[in-house]
Design a protein around this ligand. Structure first.
Ligand SMILES: Cc1cc2nc3c(=O)[nH]c(=O)nc-3n(C[C@H](O)[C@H](O)[C@H](O)COP(=O)(O)OP(=O)(O)OC[C@H]3O[C@@H](n4cnc5c(N)ncnc54)[C@H](O)[C@@H]3O)c2cc1C
Length: 413
């Protein structure tokens, strides 16, 4: 493991730092970066778009994208460095990740030249925001069980069905959708992938109210929605390949994404809050909890360093890159639950009037179950590690070799 930048990485970091310093305000010590709550700001989207356009003008948007699509062809480790530096500044939350991190790279691999020409630049600049229309009420972990249909009609297709958990659908211009186009084929083989205009007639978007009071994702209903054949991504019935590209990029984008929550802040709270007239940190049980969190966080951090060292040396990260979210997301949930417990009855106030940090720990707690589901649930990540890292026998797939229409289901439609 190597903790230091190489001379080239040092130069790159200095360039990133210099541009950020000239164009953004640095976070002060102890100041928090904009969290989820800042998305409630009615101008949040405009602010995020303005920041993205500014980065694009200076060549700091989507830096890992190839130069021909407006990126700078940066390496994975340069991307890590850029993200580390940008995180030190007050910037709007990134609402472009699904498009830029997952869907754009899919268009680059499977899209037509016309699609690359038309869609990638406005996506990079943040001028057009994208959503991912994959999950359905009965197709999440088992995505290939999807039932939304697309039926060809000349140069167009007609889409019918329902998607769910679609992040950002309510403000997106474009979506990428996987549909069933041949129910007589095996479930992975009769799927076709499209780009769909989210303002098309027949699309109804219903925001889902979440436990944290926000509506970051939606149900999306398709009733006879027309999509031009030129918006098909890849060949008819070969959409699973494109979907796998999207999912692979999702795993890379989210990866260790749950990250580690701020241990320093938790320590401060434990020092500041009084229990029976004494700082909570003087309680042996509190100290034991803190020590356990610290050990797990350090393990996570050094594991991340191992991945970064491999990237820096131009190597492919090993199995350690599979565990970031699996360890980080539950840790975030436990630490935020503990921060709330420390606050006693005041911990029950979950808004800006909360006693500490404007309710940031409460917000982290309420958001943490979602982190354990999105981009692969804990159980699915364990299956992947078991099968692909440890080489254990694969799960039995009872529907293997069966036409999709013959797979037994409780859903009669
Ligand atoms: C914050 C958030 C944002 C999201 N954004 C989007 C989005 O933008 N677009 C989109 O399409 N989707 C999105 N999703 C949906 C997400 O992809 C799904 O929630 C996820 O794939 C799990 O699917 P599911 O919810 O249908 O659960 P299911 O797949 O029904 O799983 C239910 C439970 O069964 C377990 N399980 C399922 N299969 C197995 C198995 N083989 N072995 C062991 N256990 C199993 C799961 O781990 C889980 O605990 C988002 C979800 C969240 C939480």
């Amino acid at each position: 493991m190597d903790f230091n930048d190489t001379p080239e990485e040092e130069t790159f970091r200095a360039q990133a730092h210099a541009w950020l310093d000239a164009n953004a305000e640095r976070l002060q010590p102890g100041e928090r970066a904009a969290g989820l709550e800042s998305r409630a700001d009615p101008d949040a989207i405009k602010k995020a778009q303005a920041w993205q356009a500014k980065k694009a003008d200076a060549g700091w948007a989507c830096i890992t994208w190839p130069k021909e699509y407006g990126g700078r062809g940066a390496t994975a480790i340069q991307n890590v460095i850029w993200n580390q530096e940008e995180a030190k500044y007050k910037t709007p939350p990134n609402i472009f990740g699904i498009g830029q991190g997952m869907l754009g790279p899919t268009i680059m691999v499977h899209g037509s030249d016309e699609q690359k020409q038309r869609y990638l630049n406005p996506m990079l600049r943040g001028a057009e925001i994208w959503c991912q229309l994959f999950s359905e009420p009965a197709a999440g972990s088992d995505l290939a069980g999807l039932r939304t249909t697309a039926v060809r009609d000349g140069d167009e297709w007609t889409l019918n069905g329902q998607k769910i958990w679609t992040t950002g659908a309510q403000y997106c211009k474009w979506g990428m959708i996987v549909t069933r186009t041949d129910a007589t084929a095996e479930k992975h083989k009769g799927i076709t992938y499209f780009i769909v205009d989210m303002q098309s007639p027949g699309i109804e978007i219903r925001p889902i109210k979440q436990i944290n009071g926000m509506s970051s994702f939606n149900e999306v209903f398709f009733s006879d929605v027309r999509v031009a054949d030129r918006n098909r991504v890849g060949a008819v019935n070969d959409g699973w390949r494109g979907a796998l590209t999207t999912l692979m990029n999702e795993r890379h984008s989210i990866g260790g994404g749950a990250g580690g929550p701020d241990f320093g802040n938790l320590l401060q709270i434990a020092r500041r809050i009084e229990w029976n007239g004494r700082p909570a940190i003087e309680d042996a049980g509190v100290r034991q909890h803190l020590a356990r969190f610290y050990i797990r966080l350090k393990g996570l951090q050094y594991t991340t360093y191992r991945t970064q060292t491999a990237l820096s040396r131009g190597q492919t990260p090993g199995p350690e890159s599979s565990i970031g979210k699996l360890v980080g997301a539950p840790l975030r949930q436990e630490m935020s639950a503990f921060a709330i417990d420390l606050q006693g009855a005041a911990g029950a106030i979950a808004d800006r009037d909360a006693a500490l940090e404007e309710g940031a720990w409460q917000a982290a707690y309420l958001g943490s179950p979602g982190l354990r589901l999105a981009g692969g649930t804990d159980e699915i990540l364990r299956n992947i590690i078991a099968e692909r890292v440890l080489g254990l026998p694969p799960e039995i797939r009872a529907d293997k070799g069966m036409a999709f229409k013959d797979i037994p289901t409780g859903n009669k439609s």
